[in-house]
Design a protein. Structure first.
Length: 113
């Protein structure tokens, strides 16, 4: 099987979108608990959710600049998540999802430049 780089990037974009939708829709109660645990406000939680879903949808645009905004936005939020995990001294296992999403978004961003 011969996968092109373009096909691989589309697969990564889909993984990012599905992951964000799963976490922010299917497992929303988990998100509520995490934001309470980290002492973050409900408004911030809702804003982050709306922005992450919006940025993930932008990855599937045919317009390069919109893809770059989407990937950059996800990078920003994943950086904030990683910093929050470090701030509360979480172990690497807790940071792994944020690190993975950061890495996938960085690959998408660099490919889209």
């Amino acid at each position: 099987m011969n996968l092109s780089l373009e096909t691989l990037i589309e697969v990564l974009k889909t993984i990012v979108l599905v992951s964000i939708l799963f976490v922010w829709v299917v497992r929303y109660n988990n998100i509520r608990n995490e934001f309470e645990h980290y002492k973050l406000t409900k408004r911030l939680r809702d804003l982050v959710g709306i922005m992450k879903i919006s940025f993930a949808l932008m990855l599937h645009s045919d317009i390069k600049e919109i893809v770059l905004i989407g990937a950059g936005g996800i990078l920003f939020f994943m950086s904030a998540a990683i910093i929050t995990h470090i701030r509360v001294k979480n172990n690497l296992n807790n940071m792994l999802p944020a690190l993975t999403m950061f890495s996938l978004s960085l690959i998408i961003l660099l490919y889209s430049l």
